[in-house]
Structure formats: structure tokens, C-alpha cells
Design a protein around this ligand. Structure first.
Ligand SMILES: Cc1ncc(COP(=O)(O)O)c(C=O)c1O
Length: 378
């Protein structure tokens, strides 16, 4: 019996993707399934997206691409992270697009593609202001010339990534990045190498600015039904955008392992950080920070038991938490518990957990331990 598991709603994934199809009707839709599909389970989420009409899939690393191909997916896969030069043969075998920003990668890929008698599409990453991956316009033109001169590689597109679009309602920096992107595209076109598949948008950009959707949108967090941030939601209102109706796809569950009544004045857990003020019925749950239930949630979060709120008492342990089920009705060992998601009229969102833990919804879902089974439901 699973003691903790994640349920992922197939219909929610499909619904969210359709929201983006409606918002970006002229762009290829490329859900981002890196980081175990933002914690939702790589292969089953990817299959659900493809069945829902995704055109491409984005991953970070080659092992993720391999898992998708091993799982039988033949759709275009776009690798957004670094691939080691010695892994370029595998990349060719898997037939994936790669984002490139240095000549060594391009030369290694060209050599591997020639060995395998194939031609590999690449996307130059443009540095527009994030100072993560990428090349400035003049350097991008130089790399594009190298690509043109080498066998086995062809320039398919250009890519960039916003630095400050989710964290603010002031999008002047993002506008500045967009201007740099246009300048680089024009420089490539003037050099006779116009990029065909321009891609810049993440979820927030795709929601807020149709002018940045270009030829392909890389949708991560919102494909799983979460808003990138409060600021994105507020910006959509300020800009008068048709806000997508996003449906969170994830429910994270566990089961009660023990129920006990403890006296007033008793301490709960390590460090004695919680003390009861009245007789309290506690449930012990077999989930802790090893499983991805952040220790910062100690004494702050709540879970749902029988559709009732049950506050976390004491510190989150490595493999267990204790919750107050005094007001949760008749609770028995092995009763299911919702850690994230809804139960009846109550709900615990990734945003609430992120707020309590001092992080972002992205981190809450991606850090749920990969060992925990994921099941596609409905
Ligand atoms: C290069 C790149 N594109 C797209 C995304 C998707 O972003 P979001 O989850 O905000 O939609 C990410 C996420 O980290 C990314 O790194």
C-alpha cells in the first residue's frame, strides 16, 4: 500500500494546455517537463500533454530526453540545459533539438551528427539581460556563421529567457529584454540567417504579452495549473488580459499512521517547539522533509483530514509530521490525508505552502521526492 503518493489530473493538464492554445493560437506549444514535470511525474505528464495536443516538449537534461524516448514519445524534444560534449552522440540518437551558446558544443554536435549521418537542429540562446545562458547579438551572429559552415547542424531558432517578468508588475526590464531580442533577430536576418523558430515566452510572458509569443512558447508552471506569481495575476488584471482559468493538476496524499490523545501542557516533536494548551488528538503522518514536505512548514502549515483542516504541530521530521486532528471527526489509522490539493470544501495550495515555507510554488511541487509514486487520474 502506498503511504504517500501524488495524483495528477489528466483533465487538468489538458484543460491548462488548451488555455494556452487559445491564448497563443499561432505558436507551437511546448510544455516544459523538466524537474520531473515540475514534480508531476515526467513520463505520464509528458504523455498527457502530447495526447492533449502539445507540439513539442522541453526538458533540461539529456537523461530526461532519454526517459521520454524510452517511454515511446516521438514528438520533438527541445533540450534547454547544457549537454556535455561527450553526450552529443546520444543527443543525435535521441533526435533532440539543443539550445547552444558556445562553439565547442556546436563542433561536438556537428562531429556526432556527421558520424551518424544526420542533421541536428539547434537554437542559439540570446543574452538579453538574464546573464544566465546566452550570447549577445554580435556573438550570436558569429556562432550562426559557424553553424552554417559546419556539416550536420542547422540553425532552427533562437531563444531567450526573461529575468524579471514574474516578480513585478513593472515590465520595463522585460520590455528592454524584448528589444534586445528583436535586435539580435534582426542582426541574424541581416547576415542572411533569419531564425525560423523564435522562442522567448515562459508562462508569465505568454499570458501577459502576445507580442512575445513568437513561434513557440515554453510553458512550465501554468501548464500544471499554477500561476507563476501573484504579480503575474495582478498584471493580467491591470493589462486587461483575458486571464486563463488554470486548474491545478496535483494532489499530494498520505495516510494516518497513528492517532493518540495527549494531555494539556505536553510538548510535540523535536525541540519542543509546540506545547498543547488543551487535550489534543494528534495524528502522526508518515511524510517528512525527506519526502519534500519542507521543514520550514513546522508549526505553520495544515493538512486536510476527512475534509477538515488539521494544523501541523511541532517540527517537521525527516520522515514524519504530527498534525492536530481534534476537530477532524473520527480519524483512524490509514485514513487518507491531503497534504496539497483539495478535499471537500477545503484546499491547501502550492502557493499557501510556498508562503509558509518562504519559497515559490515551483519549489514546492518540484521538490516532492521522485521516489513517491505519481498516478494520472481522471
Ligand atoms: C529556459 C526556460 N524556459 C521556460 C521555462 C518555463 O518557465 P515557467 O515555468 O515560468 O513557465 C523555464 C523554467 O524554468 C526555463 O528555464
Amino acid at each position: 500500500m502506498d503511504l504517500t503518493w501524488v495524483e495528477v489530473s489528466r483533465s487538468a493538464l489538458e484543460h491548462n494546455l488548451k488555455q494556452f492554445r487559445a491564448m497563443a493560437p499561432r505558436s507551437l506549444l511546448a510544455p516544459v517537463v523538466k524537474a520531473n514535470a515540475y514534480g508531476h511525474g515526467l513520463l505520464q505528464s509528458a504523455i498527457a500533454f502530447v495526447e492533449a495536443g502539445a507540439d513539442w516538449l522541453c526538458v533540461n537534461a539529456i537523461y530526461e530526453a532519454q526517459a521520454l524516448r524510452d517511454g515511446g514519445l516521438g514528438v520533438p524534444i527541445y533540450v534547454l540545459g547544457y549537454v556535455a560534449n561527450e553526450d552529443m552522440d546520444l543527443l543525435c540518437t535521441l533526435g533532440c533539438r539543443l539550445v547552444v551558446y558556445n562553439s565547442e558544443s556546436v563542433r561536438s554536435l556537428s562531429a556526432a551528427a556527421v558520424r551518424q549521418g544526420t542533421v541536428m537542429p539547434v537554437h542559439i540562446k540570446l543574452e538579453t539581460g538574464n546573464n544566465r545562458q546566452g550570447l549577445k547579438a554580435a556573438e550570436a551572429v558569429e556562432l550562426a556563421r559557424l553553424i552554417r559552415s559546419l556539416p550536420g547542424v542547422e540553425l532552427e531558432g533562437v531563444s531567450s529567457h526573461y529575468a524579471d517578468i514574474e516578480d513585478t508588475t513593472d515590465h520595463s526590464y522585460a520590455q528592454h529584454q524584448l528589444s534586445r531580442f528583436h535586435e539580435a533577430c534582426e542582426a541574424l536576418a541581416s547576415a542572411g540567417m533569419p531564425p525560423r523558430v523564435r522562442n522567448f515566452s515562459n508562462s508569465a510572458a505568454a499570458i501577459l504579452w502576445s507580442e512575445t509569443q513568437f513561434d513557440l512558447v515554453r510553458i512550465g508552471i501554468s501548464a500544471y495549473g499554477m500561476w507563476p506569481s501573484k504579480e503575474t495575476f495582478v498584471s493580467a488584471v491591470i493589462l486587461g488580459r483575458d486571464k486563463p482559468q488554470l486548474r491545478p493538476a496535483m494532489t499530494w496524499k498520505t495516510r494516518v499512521a497513528q492517532v493518540k490523545d495527549i494531555e494539556p501542557g505536553e510538548f510535540v516533536g523535536y525541540g519542543r517547539s509546540f506545547r498543547t494548551t488543551h487535550t489534543t488528538r494528534l495524528a502522526v503522518l508518515p511524510v517528512g522533509y525527506y519526502d519534500g514536505y519542507d521543514r520550514a512548514l513546522s508549526n505553520l502549515a495544515h493538512v486536510l483530514v476527512n475534509g477538515h483542516i488539521a494544523p501541523v504541530r511541532g517540527r517537521v521530521c525527516m520522515n514524519m509530521i504530527m498534525v492536530d486532528v481534534s476537530d477532524a471527526g473520527d480519524v483512524k489509522p490509514e485514513d487518507p490525508v491531503v497534504l496539497l490539493g483539495s478535499d471537500g470544501r477545503e484546499c491547501v495550495t502550492a502557493e499557501q505552502l510556498a508562503g509558509w515555507a518562504g519559497t515559490i510554488n515551483y519549489e514546492i511541487t518540484t521538490r516532492i521526492c521522485e521516489r513517491i509514486p505519481r498516478y494520472l487520474v481522471d
